[in-house]
Design a protein around this ligand. Structure first.
Ligand code: BDR
Ligand code: CA
Length: 312
């Protein structure tokens, strides 16, 4: 089987970095490019961080395109309190040798989907959905060409992580999320309900580091930093490793379970702005528009993550 072609839309982010590493370590996947979006930190830093992570993996050949520097209609909200000033605190920061690739991220997404065989490209959004929404608005014809959209965002049973109702990626650009969920595209969603079951416990980080690979040990250093905020917040051993669940789903979907539901995005309420309203019990006749993942074999997930990162 030829590798599955993916575009990772990202705002690194230590957990985004983990997803990027997992993808480039996996021969089942061909990373056509990374598209950076403003989110955890401003665009200039997410675009630099994406290049830096690829450089650490020896994959400076993968193009990185800068995209939207602000949400569609709102002021950017960032998360330095979680990720540190650089967005990926815990790793030594340097200017990566490979520059950004010319061309806006949105154009790269549109052109790639139009060029590649219909249904052959999977989009993996790991940050606010601004770039994806802009691509869908600019080129509505691409929706039928997308193989899958597997995204990290939202939460329902678990509530929110930035407000009681909203998860960060959706909260930052709810209007973009609304466009994506209304697009009719083939969406699989990794909400907090599943990522909060994937905890970077100390024994897991120790195993990651003990594998001996350099990128894996850099990832372990990043996780040491990343965990401290969530451990305090949730009182857990380790923090949720959100974004790599997206890539793990592509590699081993049998580690996950969920169901097709209608998902609507709240864009007007002050109290619940950015909430993903998931009709889990099918109490409405609204159209099912996403496969909502709720459960994970977390041991299998970390076995995969640790084994793959140590191949790098
Ligand atoms: C999401 O928000 C970001 O802080 C993480 O990178 C992840 O994509 C979790 O809510
Ligand atoms: Ca992210």
């Amino acid at each position: 089987m030829p590798p599955r072609k993916i575009i990772i839309d990202t705002d690194p982010g230590q957990d985004d970095a983990g997803a990027i590493m997992l993808a480039v370590a996996s021969p089942e996947l061909e990373v056509l490019g990374l598209t950076a979006v403003a989110g955890n930190v401003p665009l200039e830093l997410t675009a630099r961080n994406a290049r830096l992570i690829l450089d650490i993996c020896g994959r400076g050949d993968i193009p990185v395109h800068a995209g939207a520097d602000a949400p569609l209609k709102r002021k950017l909200v960032t998360a330095e309190e979680v990720h540190g000033k650089s967005g990926i605190d815990g790793v030594e920061i340097y200017e990566p040798p490979t520059p950004l690739t010319n061309g806006h991220a949105v154009d790269f997404i549109v052109e790639t989907l139009r060029r590649e065989e219909a249904g052959s490209v999977t989009l993996c959004p790991l940050g606010p959905l601004t770039n994806i929404a802009l691509a869908l608005e600019k080129a509505p014809d691409i929706v039928g060409r997308i193989g899958a959209i597997v995204l990290m965002g939202g939460g329902f049973f678990e509530g929110g992580n930035v407000t009681p109702a909203a998860e960060f990626n959706i909260y930052v650009d709810p209007e973009a999320a609304k466009i994506v969920f209304a697009s009719g595209g083939p969406i699989t969603m990794m909400p907090l309900d599943v990522t909060h079951k994937a905890l970077t416990r100390k024994d897991r980080v120790a195993r990651l580091r003990a594998g001996g690979g350099k990128p894996a040990s850099i990832m372990a250093d990043m996780l040491d930093y990343f965990e401290r905020f969530d451990e305090k917040k949730y009182g857990t051993d380790g923090g949720p490793l959100h974004d790599p669940t997206v890539i793990a789903y592509l590699l081993k979907p049998e580690l996950f379970s969920g169901r097709e539901c209608n998902v609507e995005i709240e864009t007007s309420s002050e109290l619940t702005l950015g909430m993903t309203v998931i009709d889990w019990w099918h109490v409405t006749d609204r159209k099912k528009n996403a496969l909502v993942i709720r459960d994970i074999d977390d041991e299998g997930f970390f076995d995969l993550f640790i084994e793959r990162l140590n191949r790098l």
